[in-house]
Design a protein around this ligand. Structure first.
Ligand code: GTP
Ligand code: SPV
Ligand code: MN
Length: 601
């Protein structure tokens, strides 16, 4: 197997980020004793190390070099076809009691799970190199920043984390030599990439993650879903901050007034696209900038929520990305990018479904097989991804490194709903907004293994990512609200409502600016709205739809409230809360009753 390549020996001057912290050194020693690697490689994230690892990866077929004229310094990785997405059924939260993990997480006993994983890790790195990656999440000087170490036997992980995190010396410096400092222990081993030995386990009390048997994305880039969201959310509750599955964007009016908004959409439901939005021609002078595309860490300052993006790069969905849908993403991934599971053209370029160039007459698909436009298989996997530094984004916000974060004016929830949920509406207040988040639902996507297109409740887009009891998580949201004197306004959006012809009613992408503009207007106390049972709803003339090719029937459909559909929806909310087995805070039960009551008025 390609991942069982012989150990590599870094040349002198490379891989010298050995920490001066006894706790870290002891832990690395413990894991090395267990996994018995050929050698230990202390990653420093330097340019030299990067070049060395790229060379090794290409030699060992972990990466393929792309046409360097077309996509400079960019590479293609093909993951094992059995290993192409997050695996929620193999993801565990290992708290001392099952109640702490709550009704939405897979729980397993920490002592037993440690024993099982240690068993799997014995000798797992024999003949392999063990990489030790120090990294920092968040701007280095942020009070929210967290240190992590990931031990891995995958060069793909090392190269990806160098893009996704702030890696090397910067993390060691911030950690210092205090053996009691807070830092996350992450252990990853590919083992034999066998779904039967694939476990993504979190031990929140120990700030520890152990992931085995996968080489893909959210399963193995432990900084991301594992630390920044699952462990992060656990720490956030304990330390009174928030770790959320949210993009953060800045929006500046032609007059120079700027707001920041954060938005929680489930996996593959439009965060990256919204975060990189380019306003249409009609909104000349408006500017949207990106702070983050997937994760927000937020703290309370002066009665407001301030957000930082803990990440340093984007691990984004490739299919559908084009110069029409997302030109900023296209420019970002034009160089210094690792592509995973896209198609390779005969001239060494990449291609995927939804790229706005002619499909190639022949290509090699994501599995490594011949592909032509006549093939019945997709050329790129639906969850193929790019890994690209955020510095590549032409719309990167200038305050990305601001340690205190940026003040959030609005929080937006949203999901993929073919029916029922209007294009946009606003919660009456914070607690009602928490209810909107808690009852969110969305059609499942290829970002996780399993059925696609099935409507499921995904509270705050955190269903797969909340590292503790969801009832306590809801309560944490309510408690945060009590501490805010200027809380963000809360909205819900749905870009995915369909007409009777089964087509999306809303053009989406850049045109989402029209919805964003209404949200900003509401934040500034201008935009008009009607009071409806579900919240403040714009009427068609409250949205700026000038120069948009959409007929008024579609607009009416997008904004309409179908009372029959909503009776079903409210029943589904109740059923969902019931299914959580008594953990839902009283306040949210009250919100549901009030919602039902408003429909009766
Ligand atoms: P994760 O990285 O999995 O958390 O996903 P994400 O929320 O960042 O999703 P992303 O922006 O990558 O979008 C996922 C898919 O939704 C892509 O195929 C997009 O083309 C599509 N999409 C994004 N925005 C819109 C929109 O406004 N309308 C429609 N119809 N599709 C959209
Ligand atoms: C998601 O699934 O929400 C992602 C991709 O952002 S992954 O990192 O694979 O989890
Ligand atoms: Mn995500």
């Amino acid at each position: 197997m390609k991942n069982l390549a012989p150990a590599i020996f870094p040349p002198e001057g490379v891989a010298d980020a050995k920490p001066d912290n006894k706790a870290v050194l002891d832990w690395v020693h413990e894991i090395a004793t267990l996994t018995q690697p050929e050698n230990i490689f202390w990653c420093d994230g330097s340019e030299r190390e990067h070049e060395f690892l790229i060379g090794e990866s290409v030699n060992q077929n972990v990466l393929m070099e792309l046409n360097q004229e077309r996509v400079p310094r960019s590479y293609l990785h093909r993951s094992n076809p059995n290993d192409v997405a997050r695996v929620e059924q193999f993801t565990f939260v290992c708290t001392p009691t099952k109640e702490e993990a709550g009704p939405t997480n897979n729980w397993s006993d920490p002592t037993e799970t440690y024993a099982k994983l240690r068993g799997l890790l014995v000798g797992a790195m024999r003949g392999r190199t063990m990489f030790v990656i120090p990294y920092i999440m968040g701007p280095a000087d942020s009070p929210l920043a967290k240190i992590g170490f990931e031990i891995t036997d995958s060069k793909y992980v090392v190269l990806s984390l160098r893009i996704m995190t702030r890696m090397g010396e910067i993390a060691l410096k911030r950690l210092g030599n205090d053996p009691n400092a807070e830092w996350n222990r992450g252990v990853h081993s590919l083992l034999d990439v066998n779904p039967e030995r694939r476990f993504i386990c979190h031990f929140p009390q120990d700030n520890t993650i152990i992931s085995v048997g996968s080489g893909y994305g959210g399963n193995v880039l432990l900084s991301k879903k594992c630390l920044a969201l699952r462990i992060g959310s656990y720490l956030a509750r304990k330390q009174n901050w928030m770790a959320e599955h949210m993009l953060i964007l800045g929006v500046e009016s032609p007059e120079g007034r700027k707001h920041y908004v954060a938005a929680a959409f489930p996996s593959a439901c439009g965060k990256t696209n919204f975060a990189m939005l380019i306003p249409p021609e009609h909104f000349k002078g408006w500017k949207v900038t990106t702070i983050g595309d997937d994760i927000a860490w937020m703290q309370i300052r002066n009665g407001r929520l301030y957000a930082v993006n803990p990440e340093n790069g984007y691990f984004g969905v490739v299919p559908g990305t084009s110069n029409r849908s997302n030109p900023n993403a296209m420019r970002s991934i034009a160089h210094d990018t690792i592509y995973t599971n896209v198609a390779l053209t005969d001239d060494g370029d990449v291609w995927w479904e939804g790229r706005d160039v002619e499909p190639p007459a022949h290509a090699i698909d994501w599995r490594g097989n011949d592909w032509t436009p006549q093939s019945s298989e997709k050329a790129a996997h639906p969850n193929s991804r790019f890994t690209t530094p955020m510095r590549n984004n032409p719309a990167l916000d200038p305050d990305i490194e601001k340690g205190e974060g940026v003040p959030i004016s609005a929080i937006i929830f949203g999901g993929r709903r073919s029916d029922t949920v209007p294009l946009v509406y606003q919660a009456f207040d914070w607690n009602h907004g928490v209810y909107l988040g808690a009852t969110m639902a969305s059609e499942t996507t290829a970002a996780a293994t399993g059925a696609v297109g099935r409507v499921r409740r995904d509270p705050m887009a955190m269903l797969p990512f909340c590292g503790y009891n969801i009832g306590d998580y809801f309560q944490h949201w309510l408690d945060i609200g009590k501490q805010l004197t200027k809380p963000p306004l809360i909205f819900n959006v749905n870009w995915f409502r369909k007409g009777t012809d089964g087509k999306f009613l809303w053009p989406g992408f850049g045109e989402n600016m029209r919805v964003l503009k209404w949200i900003i207007d509401r934040c500034e106390g201008s935009g008009g709205a009607l009071k409806s049972p579900i919240g403040w709803l714009p009427s068609p003339h409250d949205l700026d739809l000038a120069e948009l090719d959409i007929d008024h029937i579609a607009v009416d459909e997008l904004l309409c409230l179908d009372h029959e559909e909503w009776q079903k929806e409210i029943a589904a909310h109740e059923e969902y809360f019931d299914s959580l087995g008594g953990v839902v805070p009283e306040e949210l039960q009250k919100q549901r009753e009030q919602l039902a009551e408003r429909f009766r008025l």
